[in-house]
Design a protein around this ligand. Structure first.
Ligand SMILES: *[C@@H]1O[C@H](CO)[C@@H](O)[C@H](O)[C@H]1NC(C)=O
Ligand SMILES: *[C@@H]1O[C@H](CO)[C@@H](O)[C@H](O)[C@H]1NC(C)=O
Ligand SMILES: *[C@@H]1O[C@H](CO)[C@@H](O)[C@H](O)[C@H]1NC(C)=O
Ligand SMILES: *[C@@H]1O[C@H](CO)[C@@H](O)[C@H](O)[C@H]1NC(C)=O
Ligand SMILES: *[C@@H]1O[C@H](CO)[C@@H](O)[C@H](O)[C@H]1NC(C)=O
Ligand SMILES: *[C@@H]1O[C@H](CO)[C@@H](O)[C@H](O)[C@H]1NC(C)=O
Ligand SMILES: *[C@@H]1O[C@H](CO)[C@@H](O)[C@H](O)[C@H]1NC(C)=O
Ligand SMILES: *[C@@H]1O[C@H](CO)[C@@H](O)[C@H](O)[C@H]1NC(C)=O
Ligand SMILES: *[C@@H]1O[C@H](CO)[C@@H](O)[C@H](O)[C@H]1NC(C)=O
Ligand SMILES: *[C@@H]1O[C@H](CO)[C@@H](O)[C@H](O)[C@H]1NC(C)=O
Ligand SMILES: *[C@@H]1O[C@H](CO)[C@@H](O)[C@H](O)[C@H]1NC(C)=O
Length: 507
């Protein structure tokens, strides 16, 4: 089989502090950070099924049962690929994203208190792309579509569906060394500001970094690495965000942009689906087509809001935190960099062995970034159709007092009657109501002075009940009275979806 080596590098975070302490400056504790896969290796398995529920953007498992009944098909199609397919056919279900250090462990591991200079987080996956012929690719792609097929889509959509399919059915490469070249980045993202993304081009930073560990059995790498300060401004002396290009040696697909973010300032953490782009995941057939086949389309004039923030707020750091699986990150990055200010990315660690772990991914990622930057303040943006957001965003305000500047949540059901999924606002009960707003359209965010903490547009009516909202017929549960007045139909539907997903995962 002919294969091409691809290396995908998504994002890069940052830490701050000045000067490297020594040439071999990796503190012993950092070894923990650099060994994210320091766990018992699982025997190789064909793990195609979870790829289908898995790659769907952002939403929780509860509404992802839609594809689980095709699990068996996936298995038979994969086995039809032939015996030369390695048994660890990479479907994006590796088990190595375990035992990651949590934020404060990251911080202490990095010896932040000891001023060790810039520490850059590299993460990505090394994989080969099998040369699957088009008819086989179509079979695989059709697994993801409901009531339609690749053959009946308009050609550009068919082509995108095949593109995503080939990104999902890849072969992860273990034990590979990865080496990166860093160089000043003149540009990244479309923020309406020269160069993009509210960042500056440093006068230096050129260097070669060999990632200290080979890729894990699932082809993954993830860890902070100290970089040479050469030509970069120190994190405690500049408020500028510095932008570096990252090139992966030996592969033209391993490009990324790194953002060196100083220790204090303002960061927006933004979800992508149904807030920056139209996904409509709450209407499964539409959600699949929007995710899988159709070109990504921005949600209304949301790009103007971010462009204004990027232009008018000095050194505003954009961090895109989506629970989209890593395999399709590149499509998200391409879209964001064309449409929104450049920024760093966190995607979903592909851990599908445990439902509750999967549902806790967003919190895990949020905590990591909050704890990495104890002196920064955060503006959190998403929509009401993500139960994990509804739970985790307000929790950040409680867990990290003073660090959440504003929470903006698009009320998806207000503008989109197709969203029938209830959401729970009880997490907001104890929050200061001047720090969050449920809004309807991007214009509601105009002229808010978010830097000085103006998070509420007084012309937008707030109807938060601190209980389950968005139930059919405009019902909402009264706080503290679960199930009261809820039509039984709702719960039957929810339970059915949940059960289907559980079966899918159990395989
Ligand atoms: C920045 O950190 C370095 C290294 O610890 C320290 O020597 C320097 O005084 C710090 N500068 C400021 C402005 O805090
Ligand atoms: C495509 O590849 C599959 C095996 O993956 C094979 O069975 C089939 O015959 C091939 N089709 C064509 C048109 O080459
Ligand atoms: C991955 O799943 C395992 C259970 O199989 C769990 O122990 C672990 O905490 C999970 N990791 C993450 C990062 O969620
Ligand atoms: C799929 O499309 C993305 C975005 O255009 C591109 O970066 C990627 O290389 C394509 N993947 C494949 C496997 O063709
Ligand atoms: C990776 O690099 C190490 C030295 O750092 C070397 O021993 C090893 O053979 C390399 N592995 C591969 C697959 O090239
Ligand atoms: C750094 O890299 C850039 C881009 O590759 C190159 O143009 C520049 O000359 C390099 N600078 C130094 C000091 O090597
Ligand atoms: C990555 O960067 C290199 C060097 O600028 C360029 O040749 C290559 O086309 C880029 N790859 C992608 C996928 O844009
Ligand atoms: C969202 O919009 C719906 C429909 O107008 C409304 O019933 C609900 O109260 C709104 N939710 C919030 C939190 O404002
Ligand atoms: C916030 O709460 C106060 C008192 O609890 C109330 O008077 C005010 O109307 C609330 N503001 C909004 C925007 O809901
Ligand atoms: C509030 O929302 C309205 C309606 O979208 C908008 O016209 C206005 O600019 C927003 N901002 C302020 C501060 O009123
Ligand atoms: C642009 O953003 C700034 C900072 O939040 C705000 O003060 C200003 O009113 C915004 N302008 C528009 C047109 O929204």
């Amino acid at each position: 089989m002919r294969t091409t080596m691809r290396v995908k590098v998504s994002l890069a975070i940052v830490l701050t502090a000045l000067t490297l302490t020594s040439a071999n400056a990796v503190p012993r504790d950092l070894q923990d950070v650099l060994h994210p896969a320091n766990i018992a290796e699982e025997p190789p398995l064909i793990t195609p099924a979870p790829a289908s529920p898995n790659w769907l953007p952002t939403k929780t498992l509860k509404r992802r049962g839609i594809i689980s009944d095709v699990t068996a098909d996936t298995n038979s199609i994969l086995s039809g690929l032939g015996s030369d397919i390695p048994s660890y056919v990479a479907s994006g279900v590796p088990n190595f994203f375990q035992d990651f250090p949590t934020g404060d462990k990251v911080q202490s591991s990095l010896g932040l208190d000891e001023d060790q200079g810039w520490n850059l987080r590299f993460h990505g996956n090394v994989y080969k792309q099998p040369n699957i012929n088009e008819s086989k690719l179509d079979d695989l792609a059709n697994i993801f579509l409901i009531d339609t097929s690749v053959e009946s889509l308009p050609p550009p959509q068919a082509s995108q569906a095949r593109n995503l399919t080939s990104e999902i059915f890849v072969l992860q490469q273990d034990n590979q060394n990865v080496t990166f070249q860093l160089a000043p980045a003149p540009t990244a993202g479309a923020s309406g500001e020269q160069g993009g993304g509210g960042a500056v081009t440093p006068s230096g930073g050129n260097q070669t970094i060999k990632f200290p560990d080979p890729t894990t059995v699932e082809g993954d790498f993830d860890g902070f690495v100290q970089i040479d300060n050469n030509g970069l401004s120190a994190g405690n002396t500049t408020s500028n965000i510095q932008r570096l290009n990252v090139y992966t040696q030996g592969d033209i697909n391993g490009n990324a942009t790194a953002y060196l973010v100083p220790e204090s300032g303002l960061t927006v953490i933004s979800d992508i689906d149904d807030i920056l782009r139209i996904t409509k995941i709450y209407q499964p057939k539409e959600g699949l087509l929007n995710s899988f086949a159709r070109p990504f389309v921005p949600w209304m004039n949301m790009p103007d809001i971010y462009a204004n923030w990027s232009r008018s707020i000095p050194n505003f750091h954009f961090h895109y935190l989506t629970t989209t699986p890593e395999q399709i990150t590149r499509n998200y990055m391409d879209f964001i960099y064309k449409t929104y200010p450049g920024g760093s990315f966190d995607t979903r660690p592909l851990n599908f062995s445990d439902v509750s772990a999967t549902l806790s991914i967003r919190k895990f990622l949020l905590e990591k970034i909050f704890q990495t930057y104890p002196k920064r303040k955060f503006v959190l943006v998403a929509d009401t159709s993500n139960p994990d957001v509804m739970r985790d965003y307000p929790a950040m305000a409680t867990e990290f007092p003073g660090q959440v500047q504003c929470i903006f949540l698009r009320n998806t059901s207000e503008t989109d009657p197709g969203d029938k999924f209830p959401y729970d606002t009880s997490g907001f009960k104890d929050l200061d109501n001047s720090t969050y707003m449920f809004f309807d359209v991007p214009d509601d965010l105009t002229h808010l002075d978010i830097v000085n903490g103006q998070c509420v547009n007084s012309t937008i009516k707030q109807t938060v009940t601190f209980s389950t909202q968005g139930l059919p017929f405009g019902l909402s549960k009264s706080a503290g009275a679960p199930n009261f007045g809820v039509p039984p139909m709702t719960w039957v539907a929810a339970a059915a979806l949940g059960a289907v997903v559980w079966m899918g995962l159990g395989m």
